[in-house]
Design a protein around this ligand. Sequence first.
Ligand code: ARG
Length: 475
Amino acid sequence: MALWSGRFEQSVSEFTQRFGASLPVDKRMYKQDIAGSIAHARMLGRQGILSDTDVEHIEVGLLEIEHQIDQGKFKWNINDEDIHMAVESELIEDIGAAGARLHTGRSRNDQVATDIRLYTKHLLMNLISENYSLRKVIVRAARKNFGTIMPGYTHMQHAQPVLFSHHLLAYFWMFSRDYTRLMAAYQAADASPLGAAALAGTTYPLDRFYTAELLGFDHPVPNSMDAVSDRDYLIDLLYACSMGMMHLSRLCEEIITWSTTEFGFITLSDAYSTGSSIMPQKKNPDFAELTRGKTGRVYGDLMGLLVTMKSLPLAYNKDLQECKEGAVDAAHTLRDAMICMEGMIDSWEVHSHQMLAEAGLGFTAATDVADYLAKRGLPFRKAHEIVGRLVLYCERHRVGLEDLTAEEFQKFSPLFGKDVVEDLNPEGIVRARDTYGGTGHEAVRLQMHEASKLLKHDRRQVKALRDKSEGRPGA
Ligand code: ARG
C-alpha cells in the first residue's frame, strides 16, 4: 500500500505505478534525500516538535538505510514511486512510530525540490572542477607549442598567419566564460526549499534557516510556492552545459579537420582514436566526432525542460517530475566530454612544420603588403586594390607573393622598396601583431600570463567551494 493509502479504496495498476514512478531516476539522489531527512528531523527535535529519542532513532535508521544502499543491499520496491517514499517506507518498517513522525511539517514537494537542488550543486561542483582542469590543459598546450605558426582562417580560407597558442587560447577564454555560467547556475541552486511543505508553508514552528544551514545552502527560498514549483536553476545548469558543449563541439570540429590527410596539423594519440572494421589504414577521430554529436542531445535536454516548464501554473504539478533525466544527462555528458578533450589535447602530436608551411600559402601576407603601402602614405583602400591586383597576377602565374622579386612588386607601385620581401614571412607577420589581444608573440605571452592569473584565482574559488561543501550532500 502507498503511503497515502488512507483516502483510496483501490491501488493503482501495475502499469500506472510504473508509468508514474520516478524511482529509477531519483534513486541516485539517495544521499541527498537522506541528508535532507536528517536535517529535517534534527530541526523538528530542536523546535520541540519531535522528542530527542525519536530524532535519534530516525537518524540511526536513516544512516542504516544509506549504508544498505551504499552496499547495494537495499531492497527496492516497485510500489515506491520515488526515492522519498522508498526511504520513508523502509524507515517506518525498520523503526516504527518514530519513522512515521518524520514527515511532520513536510511534503514530498519541498523534499524533492531540496534533493534536486542538493544534487544539482553536486553535479555543478564536479563540472566546475573539470572545467578548471580543462583550462589548465589548454594553457599548458599553449605554452608547450609557443612559437608554432599556423594559418588563421576566415570562411575556412587562409586569412592571416597566427600563433597556434593564440588559436588554443581563444578556447581558454570561451571555457572561462563557461566556468562563470556554471558558477552562476551553482548560485541559483544554492537555496533551500525545505520547510515550504506542500506549497503554503506549515503550522509547525519550523526553522527553515536552521535546515538550510545544516544542508549547506546559502539561504532558504523566501517564498514557499516558488520554492516547490520552479526548476529554473536546472535550466541554468542545462544552459551552462549547452554552452560548454557548443564550445567543445567547435574545438572538436577543428580537431577533426586538423587530423585529416589534407590538413595534417595534428595526429591524435591511439588512445583517442578508433580503427575501421574493414579499412585497415583508418584512424578515426571518433571521440571528437562523438562530442560534436552529443552536443545535439544536450541542446535537446535544455529545450525539453524549457518546454516542460512553459505555462506551468503554481505550484507543484506532476510535470515537474520530468525535470531530472535531462539535467543529469547533460551534466554527465559535459563532464565526460571535458575529460575526453583534456586527454586528446594532452596526447596529440602537433606537426608544426606542416602548420608553418600552410601558414605561408594562400596569400596570407596580402594584408601586410597592403599595410606596407599604407604606411608609406597610400590610402589603405588604394593599397588594398593594388595588392588585389598583385594577388590576381600571382594566381595567373601560379606563384605566391613570397615568390615575387622586389622588381615585380615595383611594377605595381613605385612605393615598394627592396625591403618588401622581408615582410612576407609568416613569422614576421605574426610578430608584428602585438596589439593587446593580438597574435603577436609578446601579446600572446601577456595573454598566457593573464590566463594563468585567472586560473590561479579560479583555483582558489573552486577550493573554497569544495571546502564549503565538504562532507555535505552537495559535495
Ligand atoms: N516523484 C515526485 C517528483 O519527482 C515527487 C513529488 C511528488 N509530489 C506529489 N505531490 N505527487 O517530482
